[in-house]
Ligand binder design. Structure first.
Ligand SMILES: Nc1ncnc2c1ncn2[C@@H]1O[C@H](COP(=O)(O)OP(=O)(O)OP(=O)(O)O)[C@@H](O)[C@H]1O
Ligand SMILES: [Mg+2]
Length: 226
């Protein structure tokens, strides 16, 4: 029996572009047995976002498998894949993607409603998480009333809302200045550790990558320990 939380095997993703085949991922292997943080660095275009999309069930591979908690998500139909995304994965992107017509608190409640998990989607959980990211007093603020750093902290809290097994963070500090980047870093790592999540992080931010327990570089379509 495979005890891995996350097991990526011989993952291949190619794209057809202008009659040519672009082989972005050429056989990525990754095993994560316990909650930990994994950073993936690599040149622009090396396939970091492609890898995170496949692990998050936002894209389908050309070959190989992505097994999360014993389920190969590459075999799931669209309905099951969408359920996988909302129940098991928390996403943090470079851009916060908060809904502008909803307050910080409401933005946290929405993923719970989508996953139809009444218990996990409680206001208490949302308020606690906002407190964890230092924004308890801004629960009723709209995204436009928050700074870029504050919005990204709300995005981190939202990603944790449904108690996912996996947090996928693609350049979470990419739009932030140094001070805000370090602030997001300083809350992201302890929070995912407390929540028992696997954090898979793609970044150009060396300081951020250095905080991860495991580090890889994506080069030539495969993961190389860095
Ligand atoms: N849907 C697609 N169709 C065609 N090519 C794609 C598609 N998605 C990604 N690519 C190509 O795959 C390669 C890897 O892209 P990807 O976004 O994964 O790189 P990245 O490592 O995340 O780069 P960055 O550091 O700039 O974010 C690029 O050459 C990109 O143009
Ligand atoms: Mg990218």
């Amino acid at each position: 029996m495979n005890e891995s939380l996350l097991s990526v095997r011989s993952l291949v993703r190619s794209f057809q572009a202008g009659g040519e085949t672009l082989e972005v991922l050429r056989g990525v292997d990754l095993d994560v047995e316990r909650p930990t943080s994994v950073a993936v660095t690599g040149e622009s275009g090396s396939g970091k976002s492609t890898l995170l999309s496949l692990v998050g069930g936002l894209d389908r591979p050309t070959g190989g498998s992505v097994v999360v908690d014993g389920t190969d998500i590459t075999t799931l139909d669209e309905t099951a894949l969408s359920a996988y995304r909302s129940r098991h994965v928390g996403f943090v992107f470079q851009f916060h993607f908060l809904l502008r017509d909803f307050t910080a608190l409401e933005n946290l409640l929405i993923p719970g409603m989508l996953a139809s998990r009444g218990a996990a989607g409680t206001r208490d959980r949302a308020r606690e998480l906002l407190d964890d990211v230092g924004l308890a007093s801004r629960a009723d603020a709209y995204p436009l009333e928050l700074s870029g750093g504050e919005r990204q902290r709300v995005a981190v809290a939202r990603a944790l809302m449904n108690r996912p097994r996996l947090i996928l963070a693609d350049e979470p500090t990419g739009n932030l200045d140094e001070r805000n980047a370090r602030m997001v870093e300083d809350l992201l790592f302890p929070l995912v550790a407390r929540e028992g999540c696997v954090l898979l992080l793609a970044t150009h931010d060396r300081a951020l990558a250095a905080r991860a327990e495991r580090r890889y570089e994506l080069a030539g379509g495969v993961l190389v320990p860095a």
